[in-house]
Design a protein around this ligand. Structure first.
Ligand code: BMA
Length: 354
């Protein structure tokens, strides 16, 4: 073919590609816009239960504390793979679907994680008794067929997430998270780099093939404190497979350790994300049961203020172990101060940003 025609066709196809935006591409644009104003507050399982209630409709500990919903809500699909009606934290999948639709309709953003059971042993996602699990579900492995069915069930649920006009709801999808730790069957010591890439690609290729154009893929290792580019790249799925890079960063030990590790990691990931045109977020964070009533504005906020993250997601408010605010919790006033800051974004701050 004539070279001129080839160039013309290439430009034409690229232009069409840019115009024909998928829901995931639109979400990317929206997040990039929001990120310029500040960072969003997110909460896992927010509309299902809180410190003093469970299963009521329309309630939220964040709403009760500050008068607005979180901008981002997180949901987990653990259990769907085996056909359970409720997820690993006893939330019915029908209710999860309904609250995803509710939050989308009110202008909020949704992120989904998945803690699948261990396909080789039948244990939980935290069953690390065998190092053969990832290998067993890849092509040629003994659990290959079973895992194909597990992915099919995830796909069916994701395909059912439609708005009132029957359009797919955009989702930040965050599988195989905290993979640099070794507490999940897909963790660092539980599979080789090659196996991890095989696992990521198998799920992503399957969901893409099923037409899920509404998934914005998030790669989220855990707080590390020792990233080098070389180490990070060993398991990074690749620029063509990831749109958002996040980190799950909790304070488990001292405040000094948390601040120094988080700062080191966010310096690295922030830089890497910017160089590679990726969004960047604290995809999970918190301080279990918030034993320090000033933690929000004294420890967490100064760390987050240094970076262009687009959101932080606090983990769920389960009575025995909670990470978000609640009106009855000692840190509630301090969380209200965090809410009032001009760079922290809740639902009302983002719902009109398209
Ligand atoms: C963990 C804990 C567990 C929960 C899991 C998945 O961090 O909160 O209780 O089952 O997340 O949500």
């Amino acid at each position: 073919m004539n070279k001129g025609i080839v160039i013309f066709i290439t430009i034409f196809m690229t232009t069409i590609g840019l115009q024909a935006k998928t829901p995931a591409q639109k979400l990317f644009k929206r997040l990039a816009k929001i990120q310029k104003k500040g960072y969003m507050m997110g909460h896992q399982d927010d509309p299902f239960y809180g410190l003093t209630w469970e299963w009521d409709e329309g309630r939220s500990d964040v709403l009760a504390t500050v008068g607005d919903y979180p901008a981002v809500m997180g949901f987990d699909l653990g259990g769907i793979e085996v056909g359970d009606k409720k997820n690993l934290d006893s939330v019915p999948f029908t209710r999860i679907r309904q609250e995803i639709i509710n939050h989308h309709e009110r202008g909020g953003i949704i992120t989904i994680s998945w803690h699948p059971r261990n396909p080789l042993t039948g244990g939980t996602a935290w069953d690390v008794s065998s190092k053969e699990v990832v290998k067993s579900i890849l092509s040629g492995g003994s659990q290959y067929d079973k895992f194909q069915q597990w992915m099919e069930r995830v796909s069916t649920f994701l395909l059912s997430l439609k708005d009132r006009k029957d359009k797919p709801i955009p989702i930040i999808f965050r599988p195989w998270h905290e993979n640099n730790g070794s507490w999940f069957w897909w963790g660092q010591e539980l599979c080789t780099d090659e196996e991890f890439h095989g696992l990521w690609n198998m799920l992503q290729d399957k969901l893409n093939a099923d037409g899920l154009s509404n998934l914005l893929w998030s790669y989220s290792p855990n707080l590390d404190g020792n990233w080098t580019e070389q180490r990070f790249l060993e398991r990074y799925p690749g620029n063509d497979r990831v749109s958002l890079i996040g980190e799950d960063a909790y304070q488990w030990g001292t405040e000094e350790d948390f601040i120094s590790q988080a700062t080191k990691d966010l310096d690295f990931i922030g830089n890497f994300a910017q160089k590679n045109c990726k969004l960047f977020a604290l995809t999970e964070c918190g301080y279990r049961n918030i034993p320090d009533a000033t933690w929000w504005t004294r420890v967490l906020k100064p760390v987050m203020d240094k970076y262009r993250i687009c959101y932080f997601l606090l983990w769920r408010n389960y009575k025995k172990e909670y990470f978000g605010p609640a009106p009855t919790q000692e840190g509630a006033d301090d969380f209200r101060a965090l809410y009032k800051a001009s760079n922290t974004l809740f639902l009302r701050d983002i719902r009109l940003t398209k």
